[in-house]
Ligand binder design. Sequence first.
Ligand code: GTR
Length: 353
Amino acid sequence: MVQEEIVRRKLPQVLPEGMTAQGFAAWRRDMVALYARECFGVTPPAPASVHAETMAEQQDDWAGKAAHREVRLSFEMEKGEFSFPVHLVLPHCGQPCPCVVYISFTPYATAGYQPIEEIVDQGWALAVFNYEDVTADNGDMGSGIAAMVSRKGSDSWGKIGMWAYAASRVLDYLHTVPEVDTRRVAVLGHSRLGKTALWAGAQDTRFAGVVSNDSGCSGAAVSRGKVGESVDDICRVFPYWFCENYQKYRKNEAALPFEQYHLLACAAPRPLYVASASQDEWADPASEFLSCCLLEEVYGLFGLPALGAPNPELPAPGGRLSMGQVGYHLRPGTHYLSRYDWVRALQFLRMRM
Ligand code: GTR
């Protein structure tokens, strides 16, 4: 199935000939620079420091299983100081815990997409921020963090880049939290924020694991030959998620200087989990899965299996591939970040991080 798809969709090579594990870090940096220039826009430098002010703290939340701390992070940017709130859930597990940075659609209080008890019960800490506290999900480049950096040209960052930048600032802060095992912090997002999680994980190798849920077009799904949403659709409806250069590829996927498995490859050799939903035709599960299938040679550089299946086929709804360093599942149902997705993704990462 994979070989046929490579031919049918005219897919570019995954890695250049002769790539080695030693050469991979430089390749990854070049790929990140290419994605910055042609897709997400250029990310400003990290601030020298991030200041955290605790706004509220509750020692025994969630049936007494975890502490809940609300902090406000602030840091200097080109045009002044920027700050946003983050909620931390810290299980009482007597030792530093692995943690997931969750880029959320909602403030902490509306917990629809975040089954906190299940997460805590698996021994994970959680750091949540609401993406619109960073910048509004619209074309207003004067909103939030967007106003803190001058826009210089066709590679000026889009909103996905801004949300990803905020995820890295949360990670800066977590490096000062003794309850968190900073070698084991993953980043997770759903849909547009799944694309964001992939971009955050590609740029910031301090993230020890990456989870993309239903990220679809310009996320995990191969663009060439994709069904459902296309580069043209996404650039028409959400041009501000990307830099201006990405518009060049509308109805012109063949000209893209990368494919989405290159974005996923930037996570290697770290564990990567890609989740799809069977009725999420707009995201196109088969194209999300195909990206995962093409990572074998990338993880192979490090002696690791990616999916690790000899002739991978898209699993039936409810099915999962989780033998290697890349995990994939097809949840029955529609576009959503469900408990099913969280529990499986975190189980997968827990054994590898
Ligand atoms: C859709 C968009 C998708 C996906 C989704 C979401 O409207 O076309 O790319 O990101 O939004 O974020 O919920």
